[in-house]
Design a protein around this ligand. Structure first.
Ligand code: ZN
Length: 319
């Protein structure tokens, strides 16, 4: 080992930092609460301190740090400017890279959190890099993000917005999506959407003994737990979610002919509950060769995927 890179995954609840050696070992990880309602300067100051603490926790004296990668939940332009997010409501057109770089005196690269997760999943399969031409990553969390990686490189598009895989249409006149469109995959398979669909169905059925009211917020995790405990409606919602996911995966398979679609985020923790049906839906809808080619897999790096991908991106940027 000659140097380390630091990767940061800055989400709405937690900010996770990891240290990765240049020979691919995870050396340290540290986590703080994210103050998502703070101004960008304050939140980035907290993040800079987290980076210093993570470097210190590696226990090496004067190990060179090649750089820092940071994944943020929001729209990031190709130039690295953070432009829009519901997660950080007080961040307006923030050039986070130079701010952090000046504070830390280190090179810093910034990208969308889903792009960083995609790089993490690609890195986790680097031993198969010769056989993986295209890897897609779908981040199934509070919202649905995505990344397209071909020959180890992210596809960004001229505005940095390529890979918004959660916003392919799966129902022409379907549910409203946070992006302003309707019928997007995100409006059915995100954790938020799963919870909302469960609540809407419950209120429509009008179960007298239901303790759910219009004001209650139900998360995807709650629906998942209900399904596991035998709740018939929750199981039905999860089953429908798997069908929507499979239809979305089929479109992605037809468009990209990918080798791997990696699923990350809390909703992917449903595992085979979701994947069994999604895979068979994909097989029925996609071109047979594409369906046969693609492996739909759960994350190999779990909750650290975004931070590891950010470190990998910083490492790639440094060479
Ligand atoms: Zn959308």
């Amino acid at each position: 080992m000659r140097a380390i890179t630091i990767g940061i995954d800055m989400g709405g609840t937690k900010t996770l930092a990891i240290a990765l050696s240049d020979d691919g070992n995870l050396l340290a990880s540290q986590q703080i609460e994210t103050d998502r309602f703070a101004e960008a300067e304050k939140a980035l100051g907290d993040t800079a301190q987290l980076v210093r603490d993570t470097i210190d926790s590696c226990g090496f004296r004067q190990i060179p740090v090649k750089g820092v990668g940071i994944g943020l939940a929001g729209l990031i332009t190709r130039e690295g400017i953070f432009t829009d997010s519901i997660i950080f409501p007080r961040w307006f057109s923030v050039d986070a890279g130079p701010i952090l770089s000046k504070t830390l005196d280190l090179p810093v690269i910034v990208d969308n959190d889903a792009n960083m997760a995609g790089m993490g999943e690609w890195w986790a399969r680097r031993d198969q890099s010769q056989s993986i031409e295209t890897l897609l990553c779908l981040t199934l969390g509070t919202g649905v993000g995505g990344a397209i990686i071909t020959h180890g490189r992210l596809s960004r598009g001229p505005d940095g917005l390529a890979g918004e895989l959660g916003h392919i249409t799966v129902d022409l006149n379907g549910r409203k999506c946070a992006c302003g469109s309707k019928g997007c995959l995100n409006a059915y398979v995100s954790g938020t959407a799963i919870g909302e669909r469960y609540k809407e169905r419950l209120l429509t059925i009008g179960q007298d003994n239901s303790s759910v009211s219009e004001e209650d917020v139900i998360s995807g995790l709650m629906v998942s737990k209900l399904a596991s405990s035998g709740d018939a409606l929750a199981r039905e919602i999860i089953q429908e979610t798997a069908v929507y996911l499979g239809a979305g995966l089929a479109s992605l398979a037809n468009v990209f002919n990918p080798d791997v679609i990696a699923l990350t985020g809390s909703v992917s923790n449903l595992g085979e509950q979701l994947l069994g049906t999604a895979r068979s839906e994909l097989a029925q809808r996609a071109w047979p060769l594409s369906a046969k080619r693609v492996r739909v897999e759960c994350s190999r790096l779990g909750t650290s995927v975004g931070a590891i991908g950010a470190a990998v991106s910083a490492l790639k940027a440094s060479v």
